[in-house]
Ligand binder design. Structure first.
Ligand SMILES: [Zn+2]
Length: 242
C-alpha cells in the first residue's frame, strides 16, 4: 500500500471514530440521563393533603371568629405549592369550603359520615401515596400552643414519617415545642384506617390568640408548610419507594 493511501485510510478511520464518540456524547448519554431521571420522579409517592372540616363543619373557632376549616385550607394550599415546585404530585381531598359528601346524604350527620368515608376513598384511590391530614387544635386553657402529630396505626411507616416532620417543625418554626408523637386511636376514622403512611397534624391552637394570629399570617403559614415539606422530603429520602 502506498504511504499516501495509508495516511488517507487512517485519517478516514479517525474521523469515523471521533464521529461515533461525538454522537454518543450528544445523543445517547442525554437520553440515558432523561430515562433515569424519569424513573426517579415516577418513584416518588403522591402526597394526599386532607384539609380538615369544610362547608357546614367549621371545626374549632378562634376568639375572633376565625374558623379552623379556613386555616386548614390555606395551609394545605401552601404545602401543595411547595410540593409541586419540588417535583411531587399532589392530590387534595378538598379544594373548596365544602363537604365531600354523596348527593343522597340528607342529614348533617349523614353528610359528615359520607364526607369522612369519601376522604379515605380518595386517598385509597391514589397509588403509592402518603396521607397528611391538616387540622388546628383547640383547648379550654388558652396558654397551650404548638403542633402535635398523630400517626396512623395501620402502616409502620406512619411513625417514621411523623418523626421526620416533627423534627423539622421543632427545629425551625416551633422551637421549644416538646409535644410527643401519639398513635391515633379509632376516634378519627380516616387516620385510624388509612392503609398508607398517614398522619394527622394538629398545626397549632386556635384557642391561643398569639398562635392563631401567626397562622393567619401568610408568611408564617408558608414557613410552617415549608418545614412540613422538608420533613416529608427527609422521610422519602430515607425510605426506598422504588
Ligand atoms: Zn380539626
Amino acid at each position: 500500500m502506498k504511504k499516501s493511501v495509508f495516511i488517507c485510510l487512517v485519517s478516514f478511520l479517525c474521523i469515523v471514530l471521533v464521529s461515533i464518540i461525538l454522537f454518543g456524547i450528544c445523543f445517547v448519554v442525554p437520553i440515558y440521563k432523561n430515562t433515569e431521571s424519569k424513573q426517579i420522579v415516577s418513584a416518588l409517592p403522591t402526597i394526599v393533603i386532607d384539609c380538615g372540616h369544610g362547608g357546614p363543619d367549621g371545626g374549632a373557632v378562634g376568639a375572633d371568629g376565625t374558623c379552623e376549616k379556613d386555616i386548614n385550607l390555606a395551609l394545605g394550599f401552601a404545602l401543595r405549592e411547595i410540593l409541586i415546585q419540588n417535583g411531587y404530585q399532589v392530590v387534595m381531598t378538598r379544594e373548596k369550603d365544602a363537604f365531600i359528601c354523596d348527593d343522597h346524604s340528607a342529614s348533617l350527620r349523614e353528610q359528615n359520615v359520607s364526607d369522612i368515608h369519601n376522604r379515605l376513598k380518595i386517598a385509597k384511590s391514589v397509588p403509592n401515596s402518603l396521607f397528611i391530614s391538616i387540622h388546628m387544635n383547640n383547648f379550654s386553657d388558652t396558654r397551650y400552643w404548638g403542633s402535635q402529630l398523630f400517626y396512623g396505626p395501620k402502616n409502620k411507616q406512619s411513625i417514621t414519617m411523623s418523626e421526620a416532620i416533627q423534627k423539622r417543625l421543632v427545629t425551625t418554626v416551633q422551637k421549644g415545642n416538646d409535644r410527643p408523637l401519639k398513635q391515633m386511636d379509632s376516634s378519627v376514622y380516616i387516620i385510624y384506617n388509612a392503609p398508607m403512611p398517614a398522619l394527622l397534624l394538629e398545626c397549632g391552637f386556635m384557642s391561643n390568640t398569639a398562635e392563631l394570629n401567626r397562622f393567619k399570617n401568610t408568611q408564617y403559614r408558608c414557613s410552617f408548610a415549608f418545614s412540613v415539606f422538608l420533613g416529608i422530603n427527609d422521610y422519602i429520602k430515607g425510605v426506598k419507594h422504588v
